[in-house]
Design a protein around this ligand. Structure first.
Ligand code: DGL
Length: 280
């Protein structure tokens, strides 16, 4: 990112945030909490979710379309809230665009590396994120002495979207997924999928007190604030009423998205607009 390019960006421009669907709202929620003056344009690719079982090529093509869509709002930065898209597409997106862009993997990986004491870190995520080995790659770049154990947990996303956050079924599945990580004595667990912070208490109970849970959504909001501050791009003023502070777009019908959004974000999301993302 050259200085010339950053000079063209406006402090009061929105931040673009995207995900394969509703999960990235856990990241948007952290941004709303931690940097409340910022405007957000959120895109959830509800027509093409899940990304976690798709190929790198497909996820990259989808992500490029979404970035072109977000560009139409003159966003000052883009947050790839989806772990799968961050794992598969971030490198390509960094090439494609001339504004700062961050994913959720690096902040999560950094926090885990700082948290571990015994050098054994577990990562739970989609099949794609685990298969990409990107959490592993980032952590190893900083510290080669750490061992990372990945576990794909494909049943969590549908369970969470069904609202079964505190449920015996989710407990049982979590126990099955986590047992092997607990048995190899991890002391840190990265919640490497947008949805998992929503079952944090279940995961914490099953993993036990000796395991530190790392929430990449939270870590990403911290990193975003620091990046905007360094670039002198934090919005100094609180956006006024009627300023479209938070805008939501989806690629399929909006009702289910709005219902889910209102269950996790307490800012009264009244609507989301549907766009044909294939046009971008
Ligand atoms: N948002 C995805 C992620 O964080 C999970 C849902 C999906 O598979 O698309 O990896």
């Amino acid at each position: 990112m050259s200085q010339t390019k950053t000079k063209l960006l406006r402090k009061d421009a929105p931040i673009g945030v995207f995900d394969s669907g509703v999960g990235g709202l856990t990241v948007a929620r952290e941004i709303m909490r931690q940097i409340p003056n910022e405007k957000i344009v959120y895109f959830g690719d509800t027509a093409r979710v899940p990304y976690g079982s798709k190929s790198k090529e497909t996820v990259t093509r989808f992500s490029e379309q979404i970035v072109r869509f977000l560009h139409t709002f003159q966003v000052k930065t883009i947050v790839v809230a989806c772990n799968t898209a961050s794992a598969y597409a971030l490198d390509q997106l960094e090439h494609d665009i001339d504004i700062p862009i961050i994913g959720v993997l690096k902040p999560g990986a950094k926090a885990a590396m700082e948290a571990t004491e015994n050098g054994r870190i577990g990562v739970i995520a989609t099949e794609a994120t685990i298969g990409s080995g990107m959490y592993n790659k980032y952590i190893k770049e900083w510290n080669r002495d750490v061992t990372i154990y990945g576990k794909a947990c494909p049943l969590f996303v549908p369970l969470i979207e069904e609202g079964l956050w505190e449920d015996p079924v989710t407990d049982e599945i979590a126990r099955r997924y986590l047992t092997e990580l607990i048995d190899i004595d991890i002391d840190t667990l990265i919640l490497g999928c947008t949805h998992y912070p929503l079952i944090r208490s279940t995961l914490g109970r099953i993993a036990g007190d000796q395991v530190t849970l790392v929430n990449p959504a939270y870590e990403t909001a911290i990193e975003l604030r620091e990046m905007l501050a360094d670039m002198d791009l934090l919005n100094d003023e609180e956006p006024g009423l009627g300023s479209n502070r938070y805008q939501f777009y989806v690629s399929d019908k909006a009702e289910k998205f709005v219902r889910f959004a209102n269950s996790i974000i307490k800012y009264g999301i009244l609507s989301a607009k549907t766009v044909n993302i294939e046009d971008y």
